[in-house]
Design a protein around this ligand. Structure first.
Ligand SMILES: Cc1ncc(COP(=O)(O)O)c(C=O)c1O
Length: 493
């Protein structure tokens, strides 16, 4: 694993060097060989602003290695466009994992932030402030729930929903003390806190962090019969079913049509809260305000995050009706920053932009355009692209590992980066494409052309660089369910 990471870093460095070739000379300090203090001092003493390589080196030295970023540094962004410190321009096809639905630096949202920042930033909820109630009213009206509970990050929203479900389970459903169970789905992703990873079956997220929280069961995503069976067997103890309407981190996995409706029926039948984690899929990303709207399904609890803060500030919220929400009483749950006036001002502006710029419609139309164009690339390269799938502007290209040889989806992303398109692999051979919803047709065409060019012109070079590399390992079977959830069968080449 360590050698594979080293090789990836080598490819990344080669790629960076290739891109820097032919540009005005830059003062580049190779931090791979420098000490931490040299890195810091060189930055201060050379009056030049730090370069891409300086910054990547500094981050590698001083920050925990809990991510494996594509080697590009964001220095400025507007709409779909991003610039690095050297002024190279890219198109953002990740949107900070769907947090920047409204586009980078949306003027209305930035103005709201600036205006509020000069007036009042934090009251804590020990007192009231003059912005949070406006957000609460707007959010509940827009999404059709009686109440909301504000938090900051998505994972905190998930924690809140789980606590709410347990409380409701004991108080309203009558589950015996400490016996409440929450069902979640294989392949799910709900964040990185202990409760969220306890729901996960991704070894990378869970291994070495045990024991997981008690009171949870797993079921296959999209399998209503399995859910029905689990509820028949355990229904009395089950407080909630937590799910993503489309599994984003797992690789944009869509459930079969009619799944959400059937889940709604089962939850109602067994008096179980249906909790939709719409942190990634919500706020227009899939072409509807909520992905559950595609099946006209109303969950009991909805969790929002990411685009609620428009990529400007972390803003999350849990929505529910009062009979559920009021199970949490003063002092039982909260957050110093949740509902702060600065985040509330940003949240209000973020929602207004979604409506004013008709972002649901844009996501639906632009998403269809993106998939159509990528499917044309797939037709020309069926041995490289296995599937193009998604809804609205939450999409994925599934690559054939056999066609890639030793190269990986990460290498393809490096190729895309070199051609000005920023995307990131999710699990295995899957590249997620989720640009800001403000994207234009020309930009979609640019990205599709880059994808085609990488496959047609760059892949031999990427494979060559990958030659000395250990072939990508088949991911381990899931520790929890014992299956290879993220491995696609390779029989149809
Ligand atoms: C579906 C889902 N839930 C929860 C989270 C966690 O959100 P955050 O990273 O803001 O804690 C994410 C983040 O990617 C997500 O996609």
């Amino acid at each position: 694993m360590a050698s594979r990471v080293r090789l990836m870093q080598t490819v990344a460095r080669r790629s960076l060097a290739k891109r820097l070739k032919g540009q005005a000379p830059l003062v580049i300090q190779s931090h791979a060989h420098s000490t931490s203090s040299q890195a810091a001092v060189s930055q201060q003493s050379s009056q030049l602003p730090p370069s891409t390589e300086d910054l990547i080196g500094m981050e590698h030295k001083f920050s925990a290695h809990n991510y494996h970023p594509v080697p590009v540094v964001f220095a400025k962004a507007k709409g779909v466009e991003v610039w690095d410190p050297e002024g190279r321009k890219y198109l953002d096809f990740l949107s900070a994992y769907s947090a920047v639905n409204q586009g980078h630096g949306n003027q209305k949202i930035v103005d709201a932030l600036m205006e509020q920042a000069q007036r009042l930033t934090l009251s804590s909820r020990a007192f009231h402030n003059d912005k949070f109630p406006i957000l609460a009213k707007m959010l509940t009206t827009m999404f059709g729930y009686e109440m909301m509970l504000p938090m900051n990050t998505g994972a905190e929203g998930v924690e809140t929903a789980l606590k709410l479900a347990r409380k409701w389970g004991y108080e309203k459903k009558g589950i015996a003390k400490d016996e409440a169970v929450i069902i979640s789905c294989c392949g799910c992703f709900h964040g990185r806190t202990m409760a969220a990873i306890s729901m996960s079956c991704d070894n990378e997220a869970t291994r070495g962090f045990g024991p997981s929280l008690p009171g949870q069961l797993k079921v296959d995503f999209g399998d209503v019969n399995a859910l029905a069976k689990l509820l028949e067997e355990n229904g009395d103890k089950v407080a909630a079913f937590l799910f993503e309407p489309i599994q984003g981190e797992a690789g944009v996995v869509l459930p079969p049509d009619g799944y959400l409706k059937k889940v709604r029926e089962l939850c109602t039948k067994h008096n179980v809260l249906m909790i939709a984690d719409e942190i990634q899929t919500g706020i227009a990303r899939t072409g509807r305000l909520l992905a559950c709207d595609w099946e006209d399904v109303r969950p009991d609890v909805v969790i929002l995050g990411k685009a609620l803060g428009a990529g400007v500030l972390p803003v999350s919220a849990v929505l529910a009706d009062s009979d559920i929400m009021l199970c949490i009483r003063p002092g039982e749950h909260g957050s110093t920053f949740g509902g702060n006036p600065l985040a509330s001002a940003v949240g209000i502006a973020a929602l207004e932009v979604v409506v004013e710029e008709d972002l649901c419609k844009r996501a639906e139309e632009m998403g269809a355009e993106l998939r159509e164009q990528l499917q044309a690339v797939q037709k020309s390269h069926p041995k490289l692209i296995k599937e193009v799938r998604g809804r609205g502007l939450l999409n994925a290209v599934v690559l054939h590992q056999k066609g890639l040889g030793n190269a990986t989806a990460y290498d393809v992303c490096i190729g895309l980066k070199d051609r000005g398109i920023l995307a990131k692999p999710t699990h295995g051979n899957i590249i997620r494409l989720s640009p800001p919803l403000t994207i234009k047709s020309e930009q979609i065409a640019q990205a599709t052309k880059a994808f085609r060019d990488v496959l047609e012109s760059d892949l031999p070079d990427l494979k060559l660089h990958a030659e000395d590399r250990i072939p990508p390992k088949t991911p381990d079977a899931c520790d929890r369910c014992g299956r290879h959830k993220y491995v696609m069968p390779e029989t149809d080449l």
